[in-house]
Write a protein that binds this ligand. Sequence first.
Ligand code: NDP
Length: 327
Amino acid sequence: MKFNAMIVKEEDGKYIRSIEEKDINELPDNDVIINVKYSSLNYKDALSAIGNKGVTKQYPHTPGIDAAGVVYKSKSDKFKEGEEVILTGYDLGMNTPGGFGEYISVPASWVIKKPDNLTLKESMIFGTAGFTAALSIIQLEKYGLTPESGEILVTGATGGVGSMAVAMLSESGYNVVAATGKKEKEEMLKSLGASQIIDRKEIDDESGKPMLKPRWGGVVDTVGGNILVTAIKSLKYGCSATTCGLTKSHELNLTVFPFILRGVNLLGIDSVEQPIEVKENVWNNISQRWNKDYVQQIYQEVSLEQLSEKIDLILKGQIAGRVVVKI
Ligand code: NDP
């Protein structure tokens, strides 16, 4: 059986994207074949689409680390044909053909039954970005974050993870300060519930001081580098920051002082390799705890054919909110 997929090919050191027909027999032999209905665009997909070998080693390749769809064939007792399922992370879209194609073939151990009160499309509006935002909030709360903690900083606030974090934290009653490089998206961030919008330059301290005036009761950082360094130096006593991304930089030039004098915590967030039970728990949280209304204003929907231009934009940091791909 033939189906359409985005294929990234390496030609003379360049990575070319096209939509092509593939045969279902070309997919890896795995427990479950899923007919993908929706996927979503994450920064990592864009890295895979431009030949980043840290993400994808072999080309031709179909990116797409997220997929939501219907089980087409199953060799596993866990899943029946026709069942609605979601999948984020593990090796999907990295070196396993991913959600930017109409069919994927994956181990049953990667797949989650879609929670009843989420549609397939809503699950992909959240996608890895929403999952990562939810995991960041759950971790911060495990380390004591409450609405009484004070101002919570979200960096990269208009990005996929950032916009989800702003909306989810606000809905949970937190006082969210959104840091962005996109002044023109102030209204969007306010409508997601941010109480204050600041320019990301304001939280990119170059003084070199080991600690700064304490301000944040918690931080969801998506960009890394000196912005995360500044945020950690500005955490209040005993408070925590999460780190999930490196859009600004993978470097972290810090001293131990904020940790040993203010008892702050830096919490690493990985959405990819979490045990499946943790993923199920986070997805159930997403479906039950957070109202889905705001996700309606946070996304744009594109076809597989329109996806390539969005990949170029996310690489330039120019996408606000989430891009859902109708497959
Ligand atoms: P997006 O591209 O959607 O968002 C990133 C945002 O960062 C941009 O929208 C922009 O927001 C801001 N930004 C862009 N360039 C810079 C810069 N030079 N300096 C400071 N800020 C910048 O990406 P995602 O939200 O999908 O992912 C964010 C990061 O998290 C990525 O590095 C991604 O790989 C990582 N990630 C990690 C996961 C994990 O499991 N650990 C899971 C998901 C994502 P603004 O203009 O508002 O400042």
